[in-house]
Design a protein around this ligand. Structure first.
Ligand SMILES: *[C@@H]1O[C@H](CO)[C@@H](O)[C@H](O)[C@H]1NC(C)=O
Length: 390
């Protein structure tokens, strides 16, 4: 009999200790009219969740929540083993771009572990800043919408991001982070609005996402390794890029990146590696680009060793020092919007090696497509249209 009670008691204790606690931002004072600043309610919810000894949920019911200035969710002192933002609502930035335009990031996760953001929308209202930039006036640089910095075990799921001032998502110095079902929407003419930018991170997975923007859909900067990207649709945009690399003389390399099952619609590039023409000890190695569909893409397959956006202010008196080796392009098919569908413009100073082409079938409307190689060595097999220049 006593044993039975003890078992029941233990069971209840176990239930209690693993039960989730929920903090609702509306209960904590957030107005859902999109006009009253709700930053304090979000910080209250975060601080409660963070101090909780059980896994915590931050509930964000439907509605519009103005976050009027940059906000950081810092995890350094958290007790909670896991925090989930259960989002139905939309977080909006102020319509005046100066409010966040000089901050690096609008919404930042900083030194957190086991944080999930599920659902919801982040609307940065970047339009007026893009207009300012294109007018040639002096404007702030603009903020990244969502920055995930120095964090581990992060899941971003089914989040929608609209009209960022700069990058939509920046992942910096993170490990074991997954982004899935992310939907990013900005104008194809918006400047520097990369969809997802990775720096100095390892074990990053990006799945089932759709990105339409004015710069790279995904860009993989220095110091990244073990990245898996699968089922991404990109367009408009500048494609999925490794780079830009080699700006610094001392620079961490990029290795073990897989980009699989992608579709590019009307993009400037498809699968790209870009390096500045500068001295650098950086490198790119062990890259697999596999199973891609190109629809009217200007440069479907491109290694650009003299990257120079808008042909302005580039160090083109030098050559890139970044060593590019062991890069596979496999099962890439569709249409190119220019005649040079495959372009390997590598560096005279450190030529590309171990480039592998297998089953590439790209057509250019009207004329046969061509490939162009400089300082590129490797092998080719399977169906190759245009024929290989390696
Ligand atoms: C390469 O990265 C994948 C994850 O994308 C990982 O599973 C694999 O172990 C890595 N390979 C090496 C050799 O590190």
């Amino acid at each position: 009999m006593v044993i039975k009670y003890i078992i029941v008691l233990l069971f209840l204790l176990f239930q209690y200790s693993s039960a989730k606690v929920t903090y609702n931002v509306v209960t904590l004072g957030a107005k859902t009219d999109g006009r009253s600043d709700t930053k304090n309610a979000f910080l209250k919810a975060w601080n409660l969740a963070c101090a909780s000894t059980s896994p915590a949920i931050i509930a964000v019911p439907s509605g519009r929540y103005l976050i009027a200035s940059a906000i950081t969710f810092s995890g350094q002192t958290c007790k909670s083993k896991a925090i989930t933002f259960n989002m139905y609502g939309t977080l909006v930035a102020p319509s005046s771009y100066n409010a966040i335009g000089n901050d690096e990031v609008w919404i930042k996760l900083y030194r957190v572990n086991h944080v999930t953001i599920s659902g919801g929308t982040l609307d940065a209202q970047g339009g007026p800043l893009w207009a300012c930039k294109s007018s040639g006036k002096t404007c702030p640089q603009g903020a990244t919408t969502l920055g995930i910095y120095h964090s581990q075990n992060i899941v971003i799921s089914k989040l929608r991001l609209l009209n960022s001032q700069m990058f939509h998502i920046a992942v910096y110095a993170c490990t074991n982070t997954k982004l899935q079902g992310v939907n990013i929407v900005a104008s194809g003419l918006s400047p520097n609005t990369d969809g997802i930018h990775l720096t100095s991170s390892t074990g990053i997975t990006i799945l089932n996402s759709k990105i339409s923007t004015g710069d790279d859909c995904i860009s993989i900067g220095p110091g990244n390794s073990n990245v898996w990207i699968e089922k991404v649709v990109c367009g408009p945009g500048h494609g999925i890029s490794i780079g830009s690399l080699g700006w610094e003389l001392q620079e961490a390399g990029v290795q073990n990146i897989t980009v699989k099952t992608t579709t590019f619609i009307g993009t400037q590039n498809g699968l790209r590696i870009k390096t500045w023409a500068r001295r650098s000890n950086g490198f790119v190695r062990n890259i697999v680009f596999k199973d891609a569909t190109m629809m009217k893409v200007k440069y479907p397959i491109i290694i650009d060793g003299k990257y120079c956006p808008n042909n302005r202010n580039c160090p083109n008196d030098q050559v890139s020092g970044v060593k590019i080796s062991n890069v596979a392009f496999e099962d890439v098919h569709g249409t190119s919007a220019t005649q040079v569908a495959v372009k390997f413009d590598c560096s005279k100073g450190s030529p590309c090696s171990g480039i592998r082409l297998k089953n590439v079938n790209l057509v250019y409307v009207g004329k046969p497509a061509i490939s162009s190689c400089s300082y590129a060595a490797g092998t080719a097999s399977g169906i190759l249209l245009p024929s290989s220049c390696l």
